[in-house]
Design a protein around this ligand. Structure first.
Ligand code: PA5
Length: 432
């Protein structure tokens, strides 16, 4: 089970401060558990892991296997909460090099609807000309411009490539159960459709078909993912001592630091495949907390890569941030450093060590240096990366985000600020 390790916090957060904020966290937790806070009509995500039934999981798995049997590429069309959860899980289980694996058994997942870049679509279409593909279009509202535009382009392409009838069998829509343009198109065209529950907002939807279908198409074990989330749900939703509840403890520490002027939280991973976990987390916390001129700014880095770009600032720049390190104990595989007789590069001292050991030394050395430089470090320890641990992590973060929003006294389940750019864009585009 994921643990919050406070070893690097001694200089910054005292036990007394944690004890002092504990009643506030407990109160926020009660408000969430009893659905008495702001945005309480969007709490469907809290019980999703325990409420999802085997029938739905099996249906998703069957659809995913049918797609995998006929597609080399699977296009996931969606933006924000309608694609980041799936991408976070898919990329952490199989990194970006998977595209080059000649023995890959499942479709390679590509994304659309998350950008308006013309060159991106032109390149995507020319790739899709050459491979068999299928797609899912995901939009809760069914009216978001970016995925709607992408779907119009790709629907036309897939119908030309396969004919309308076959194209229909290669498209799955995931949207609202009764309204929205996508709902109407899906109904008219007769697409296989999954419903996003009314009471689950986009960024909390990874354990619905929004996340589960693309993950299953990619070969991820969705039953295990749900099991991980369920295990975490059974712990963090309990109103137990703060030190026994990782979501409550994480919430407490980040809010104590925020009140001390640490306004930026940098999610740190040492594993590039986990980059999209950080992206998902940034949306979750940024969109949930950043309102009413309040909220920690979520930022992310991948070390050691970014130690050679951002490292200088973190060590020596403005003292406005803290780090949350996703520390993974074990890799799935080992690569040893070979012995070299000549030792011209002077690396024989590493010869008995695995890259994971070296990466862990980099992590520990960096955390100590940053602590010395005045940057608090929360260490979040995971045993390994697999569906269960990722399920635990995502659920823990969702729950923490819910209570953290209440501690901050904002509605963690709306996103009114996202509308401003749309209004301007529509005006510029001449939409009536
Ligand atoms: O978390 C959210 O609600 C948003 O990020 C949405 O997921 C995003 O804007 C996409 O919305 P929709 O699924 O309605 O297309």
């Amino acid at each position: 089970m994921i643990k919050i390790d406070t070893r690097y916090l001694e200089k910054f957060v005292s036990t007394q401060e944690i004890n002092e904020i504990a009643p506030e966290i407990a109160k926020a937790q009660k408000v969430l558990n009893t659905a008495t806070g702001r945005g309480n009509d969007f709490l469907g995500w809290v019980n999703l892991p325990t409420e999802i039934d085997d029938e739905l999981i099996n249906k998703i798995q069957q659809d995913a296997d049918a797609i995998a049997a006929k597609a080399q590429i699977y296009v996931v069309i969606g933006i924000g909460g309608s694609y980041l959860g799936a991408r976070a899980v898919i990329e952490s289980l199989q990194n970006e090099l998977a595209v080059l694996d000649p023995n890959r058994k499942r479709p390679y997942i590509v994304y659309a609807g998350h950008t308006l870049s013309e060159d991106y679509y032109s390149q995507l279409l020319s790739i899709l000309d050459k491979f068999d593909y299928a797609m899912t279009v995901i939009s809760k509202s069914g009216t978001t411009t970016e995925p709607a535009v992408a779907f119009r382009i790709l629907k036309s392409h897939i119908e030309k490539k396969y004919g309308k009838e076959e194209a229909r069998s290669r498209i799955i829509a995931i949207t609202d159960g009764s309204k929205g343009a996508l709902h109407n198109i899906a109904k008219q065209e007769g697409y296989t459709t999954y419903v996003i529950p009314d009471n689950v907002g986009g960024r909390y939807s990874v354990f619905t078909p929004v996340g589960l279908l693309p993950i299953a198409v990619s070969g991820g074990d969705i039953a295990k993912l749900i099991q991980g989330a369920r295990d975490m749900q059974s712990i963090v939703t309990q109103e137990i001592s703060i030190t026994d509840n990782p979501a409550a403890l994480y919430t407490a520490i980040r809010n104590i630091l925020y009140r001390k002027g640490k306004k930026i939280e940098m999610m740190v991973t040492y594993i590039p495949a986990m980059r999209y976990i950080s992206e998902w987390w940034k949306q979750l916390f940024g969109e949930s907390e950043g309102k009413e001129h309040k909220g920690i700014l979520p930022h992310s880095v991948t070390y050691t890569t970014d130690l050679h770009s951002m490292g200088q600032y973190v060590q020596d720049g403005e003292r406005i941030m803290f780090e949350t390190v996703l520390s993974v104990n074990n890799s799935a595989t080992n690569v040893n450093i070979p012995f070299d007789e000549a030792n011209l590069d002077g690396l024989n001292y590493l010869q008995q060590k695995t890259l994971t050991t070296i990466n862990h030394c980099a992590e520990e050395g960096t955390a100590c240096a940053h602590v010395d430089g005045g940057v608090p470090v929360i260490r979040l320890e995971m045993n390994c990366i697999n569906e269960e641990t990722i399920g635990e992590l995502l659920y823990m973060m969702e729950y923490s985000c819910g209570i953290s929003g209440y501690v901050l006294d904002v509605n963690p389940f709306d996103q009114p600020g996202v509308e401003a750019y749309k209004t301007n864009m529509f005006k510029l585009l001449g939409k009536f």
